[in-house]
Design a protein around this ligand. Structure first.
Ligand SMILES: Cc1cc2nc3c(=O)[nH]c(=O)nc-3n(C[C@H](O)[C@H](O)[C@H](O)COP(=O)(O)O)c2cc1C
Length: 367
């Protein structure tokens, strides 16, 4: 079993690096979000404060690297590289699902390397929600947290991936209740996290009521796990499974929409992820109500090159965010979160049909 999990993780890395597994026909929706440019920003770009405190932790900028990997030899290097980069910049990172190491102690170091290389950065442990319907519980969650001395634990929700995956476990019965038990019993915040299909208002509400302390929306528009599974099954020539991956490639709630659905419904911090690719999109996510932003696939691509390359990409994103803030006259993350934005097109249409307040964003700061 552990060998199988390990092999699957290696497949995910290889396919994500070598094939185009990004959404094809659906976008994040950020193209429908517009800032109102300020011809007179009245601030000094050099004095913009990007720091933010979430989950009682001070981040140098509202950016983390999303869960990617662990459990394989190459994962050790990837986790070490990302950890070193985020430690030096003052950000955070999530490790990938720790199931492989929970099942095989020998693999623990592929995850614990992250804490070794990042003694002070915000580290997020990771287990699968579906595992809670298959025997996992408090013990495994605690083990995952201890393994990397985590500051928080993400319980990932990946029904799409499980449904299209050859060896997927499509039983999610009573997962919410079990998330609640873990949220009550562990002493770090529990974050419920999607993996590329988004979280709707209804689920956000239930997860908040269950005691979850943060939500990572991970919407559609970026990495598609149906696509990853499509390429895995393609190699095995399983036509039925391959068609599932193809048909569900773009399934989900676009990231920009998911941020609004969730932020207008709950009062816990939101991590925006799923197809965020530059600092302008990071700024839009924050203006829509997110507290942190997160990227996975683009960081994986540079993490295989080295620490400097990874730091360069993260620093560029931060510089782009800062430039966006300058152009709307926002000298702090909080000011950016209160800055006017205009929501148009299909994103606005979806949100109006779902009875969310779309016009309020445009009127911010005006009486
Ligand atoms: C190779 C790879 C492996 C991943 N493994 C995990 C995982 O183990 N646990 C998890 O919660 N998310 C996992 N994800 C999902 C990401 O954390 C993220 O939600 C998703 O990729 C969307 O972000 P992106 O478009 O910036 O890549 C993985 C993503 C990639 C690319």
């Amino acid at each position: 079993m552990a060998t199988e999990t390990r092999k699957r993780k290696a497949d995910h890395i290889r396919i994500s690096l070598n094939q185009n597994v990004q959404a094809r026909r659906v976008t994040t929706g950020f193209e429908d979000i517009h800032f109102v440019h300020k011809a007179l920003p009245e601030i000094n770009k050099q004095k913009i404060d990007l720091s933010t405190t979430i989950f009682n932790h001070k981040f140098a900028a509202p950016l983390i690297v999303g869960a990617i990997t662990g459990g394989t030899p190459e994962a050790t290097k990837i986790n070490a590289t990302i950890a070193e980069a985020v430690e030096e910049i003052g950000l955070g990172m999530g490790v990938g699902s720790q199931r492989a190491a929970i099942e095989d102690k020998k693999l623990e170091k592929t995850f614990s390397i992250a804490r070794k290389k990042a003694p002070t950065a915000f580290l997020i442990a990771n287990i699968g929600g579906v595992q809670l319907a298959h025997g996992y519980g408090l013990k495994e969650a605690k083990k995952a947290i201890e393994m990397i001395e985590a500051d928080a634990i993400a319980i990932h929700l990946n029904p799409l991936q499980e449904a299209v995956q050859l060896e997927g476990q499509a039983n999610f019965e009573r997962v919410l209740e079990k998330i609640g038990t873990i949220a009550r019993e562990v002493d770090v915040p529990v974050i419920a996290k999607e993996t590329g299909a988004g979280i709707a208002a209804e689920e956000a509400k239930k997860l908040e009521a269950a005691g979850v302390k943060g939500l990572d929306v991970s919407g559609v528009g970026g990495t598609s796990f149906a696509a990853v599974e499509y390429y895995r099954t393609k190699r095995k020539a399983n036509i039925f499974q391959r068609r599932l991956g193809d048909v569900f490639w773009d399934w989900g709630i676009p990231t920009a929409i998911s941020i609004v659905e969730v932020s207008q419904t709950v009062n816990i911090p939101i991590i925006a992820s799923g197809g965020i690719r530059d600092g302008v999109e990071m700024a839009k996510a924050l203006a829509l109500g997110a507290s942190l932003t997160s990227l996975s696939q683009p960081v994986l691509q540079v993490a295989i090159k080295g620490v400097k390359e990874t730091k360069d990409v993260l620093s560029l994103l931060i510089e782009e965010l800062k430039t966006s803030m300058f152009l709307v006259g926002a000298d702090s993350v909080q000011t950016l979160q209160e800055t006017p934005i205009v929501v148009v097109g299909e994103t606005a249409e979806w949100l109006r049909m779902r009875k969310f307040n779309v016009d309020g964003y445009a009127r911010r700061g005006r009486s």
